[in-house]
Design a binder for this molecule. Sequence first.
Ligand SMILES: [Zn+2]
Length: 487
Amino acid sequence: MYHYKFKKMKKFLDENFLLSNATAQRLYHEYAKDMPIIDYHNHLPPNEVAEDKQFENITQVWLNGDHYKWRAMRTNGVEEDYITGNKSDWEKFRAWAATVPYTLRNPLYHWTHLELQRYFGITDILNADSARKIYDTCAEKLQEKDFSVRGLLGKMNVKVICSTDDPVDDLNFHQQISKDDWNIKLFPAFRPDKAMNVDNVNTFNNYLSLLEKAANVSISTYNDYLAALKKRHDYFAENNCSVSDHGLEEIYAEDYTQTEIAGIFAKIRSGGDLTLDENKKFKSAMLVTFAEWDHEKGFVQQYHLGALRNNNSRRLKELGPDTGWDSIGDFPQARSLAKFLDRLDRNNKLAKTILYNLNPADNELFATMIGNFNDGSTAGKIQWGSSWWFLDQKDGMTKQMNALSNMGLLSRFIGMLTDSRSFLSFPRHEYFRRLLCNLFGEEIENGELPNDIDWIGEVVQDICYNNAKNYFNWQHIDEPAKKKSKV
Ligand SMILES: [Zn+2]
């Protein structure tokens, strides 16, 4: 009989998960683990934070709204009734549990078990057999006060979260939360996607009615429209907003004149359809306008580029957007992105900017693009954002950090964000930190980096927390123990 020589096998998801050597373990446990979290872009619902929602069971907090899990279930042959349909919460959970063993090597397998461990202390593997016990244990815990929405965020040592808000949003929930005695900040973010999307003139005109109401401005001309939007931008700033975000296939950077744009706007208002050329000119003008306002107010602007959305028209009709029918697009990014950033930089109107690519083929493109517009005014002024959506996993994050190291300064990186719709997704910061510490740990042990734990530990803490805190000017949030910085 053949004798297998196993080297010592690590336990699944133990305290040294993803940490392949002692130095990586030391960096994680002594430097990274206890750093607080700044989640500067996500899609958490502010109303649920305001009411401090308590969930009845894990389906409500874990499966409702998580289109990553929905895609996996569909791929595994689960009927839609058990995903977004009318089946009971328990039946939906059981269907997910039965799917989990088939998600091996998908990040969902790690997220799932990490989240069960960190929030509920459950170390069992989730599958059809363990489903009932895990469902009941979670349901019981979710009744406890510290498992409310705010309790869940508190468990993860979160300091700041930024939601994603439309210019017409009244921000009432944010106002309510800011008055509460709560040590986590929830800031709004200005995301004007609908305010510049003229693909469907009808939809856009309907949106303008909402904008008229929100801004209390009647909109007939392009100038009225700008005045209304500017009012909302000001209103967001008055409500502690200092971040904007855009979700676009690509940056639009056509040449245009203000007269042309005013004419295009008049055409929109009279219900006329735009040519492709007019459509792009209009979007180009709006992107510059928003960016100039962001610069004026010292906002940080974010651009999420490259998703090809709503590809399944039948399902879009049934379920609406953001339900799991999007994928990676192959839009050309470099030339228009450079032109757009240059337009702003040339006029000294380029705000701090974070660029996120969804297509991994654009990694090096983005890693080098940011270097074109770093002007020495602040460290890491132009950031290449952390791996996002389909790239938000071990391979994607590692590749992003390696390309950033090779072509930029990893040490000035503002690090991880969840971009999530779920209150249980914050262990993704831990996942990121483990990968980060492992990269440094391996190179220290290989002799590729000096064994200067004090310095590299400080860099790790910067990437986990301090860089983001300084970048967004959120020094006023609680600081960890002071440490001296190396010149
Ligand atoms: Zn997002």
